[in-house]
Write a protein that binds this ligand. Structure first.
Ligand SMILES: Cc1cc2nc3c(=O)[nH]c(=O)nc-3n(C[C@H](O)[C@H](O)[C@H](O)COP(=O)(O)OP(=O)(O)OC[C@H]3O[C@@H](n4cnc5c(N)ncnc54)[C@H](O)[C@@H]3O)c2cc1C
Length: 384
């Protein structure tokens, strides 16, 4: 055990952990970040970054944005056959990055802000005392005044602290197809119903298209064969590289994942939304929120629970809305098809405006007044 007691230990250097550590450093706190991987490292993810996610970033991520889109193809496979609807407008509604590069970029910003990083082996225990939290691995014990669990959908921190109860998991499987195997760059799409309670997606990047299958069910049996069949149907090839699956963490609207000195963020907290499986927005949002809540508490501003609750209240409301929409949408895609047809203009304006699902749906009748957001990342991307 070392004598050093850090202000905060962050376990996990994905987007939630990196943005948390960056914010803590900006607030003047000492931070040790621990991850089982060294960076850069691959991460199974579509790398779809919505405008609202770009708007949250404290710095421009334009250098790692590979594409943007003003429209999406929405396919529906229902008993009455396949239908496609284009949802498109004048302004960008989503951008695409390769996760390895996005995470590496955030990691570099985090190091530049002054955070310390160490690669660790298995975490064997976490102990909480009155004024210090310890993370025990086979080789070392790390001590901090606060601990942030940012270690993703399979969070070990969450499990060791007994905070697993409300968490549900979804699942997604993805791979890449280089454009050299294709005649055209495909349009970005979500094809609902090609998997049970989920969709297939195509997200075009710089030199390849990311192809994947998503389900809200905790269903690691989504098969490589099903992914190949989807790619064959939509891209005309079943040759997919780097196929890999990973869970998503849901259920974070049910309970606040905080103890006196520990807080969970991102997928570890169950903050991916189940409707489309977007997790990056809430990972970034909760990472920043946890940093601010710890700073407030450390400066004498009350309990961590309350400080964090205030900052993630809207995020949790949004998760509830997405969960209810997913429960209504997936079992009856004919109804979903109709809903998307009716709300198409509001959807494109809402996504372009960087709105959350609650904002978009509450303000639906006023969508003509939504104005496109202009986060610096997007402005720089458009200027390239
Ligand atoms: C296939 C797939 C496609 C997706 N596509 C999208 C998309 O297009 N857009 C979107 O918004 N969301 C998408 N998501 C969801 C998104 O990937 C997650 O919500 C997001 O990565 C959560 O970020 P995080 O920082 O909480 O966790 P992670 O990104 O999972 O990072 C966790 C970090 O913790 C480390 N770690 C894990 N366990 C330990 C341990 N025991 N000890 C130490 N370190 C540990 C890991 O190495 C990792 O660096 C997708 C998910 C999947 C699975």
């Amino acid at each position: 055990m070392t004598d050093v007691i850090h202000d905060v230990i962050v376990v996990g250097a994905g987007p939630a952990g990196a943005l948390c550590a960056y914010t803590l450093r900006r607030l003047g706190m000492s931070v040790l970040v621990l991850d089982k991987a060294s960076f850069p490292r691959p991460k199974p993810c579509g790398g779809g970054l919505t405008i609202k996610t770009l708007a949250l970033m404290p710095y421009s991520v334009a250098p790692v944005l590979e594409r943007f889109t003003r429209g999406l193809e929405f396919g529906f496979r229902t008993p009455s056959g396949d239908t496609f609807r284009t949802v498109a407008g004048k302004n960008p509604i989503c951008t695409f990055a390769v996760r390895e590069k996005f995470d590496s970029f955030n990691f570099e910003q985090m190091l530049a802000s002054g955070a310390t990083f160490e690669t660790i082996g298995k975490i064997e225990a976490i102990t909480e005392e009155a004024d210090v939290v310890s993370v025990v691995t086979a080789g070392a014990t790390y001590r901090g005044r606060y601990l942030v669990g940012a270690d993703g959908a399979n969070s070990r921190v969450r499990r060791l602290l007994g905070l697993d109860a409300q968490i549900r998991r979804g699942f997604a499987l993805e791979g890449i197809v280089p454009y050299t195997r294709l005649d055209n760059v495909p349009k970005p799409e979500f094809f609902f119903g090609v998997t049970r309670n989920g969709y297939g997606w195509l997200f075009p990047k710089g030199d390849h298209v990311n192809v994947g299958l998503y389900t809200i069910d905790d269903d690691p049996s989504l098969s490589k064969e099903a992914l190949r069949a989807y790619a064959q149907e939509r891209l005309g090839t079943d040759q997919i590289d780097d196929v890999v699956g990973f869970p998503l963490g849901f259920g974070g609207d049910k309970r606040l994942p905080v103890r006196d000195r520990v807080v969970l963020v991102g997928d570890a907290a169950g903050y991916a939304e189940p409707l489309l499986g977007e997790g990056l927005h809430n990972a970034v949002k909760s990472g920043i929120a946890a940093a601010q809540a710890i700073f407030t508490t450390r400066s004498g501003g009350g309990r961590l629970q309350e400080a964090y609750r205030r900052r993630v209240a809207t995020l949790m409301d949004d998760l509830t809305r997405c969960r209810q929409m997913a429960a209504a949408f997936y079992p009856d895609l004919d109804r979903g098809k109709l809903l998307i047809a009716l709300s198409r203009p509001a959807l494109v304006r809402g996504f372009a405006a960087g709105m959350t699902m609650v904002e978009m749906t509450n303000l639906l009748p006023f969508s003509a007044f939504f104005r496109p957001a202009k986060p610096s990342s997007l402005v720089e991307l458009l200027a390239r």
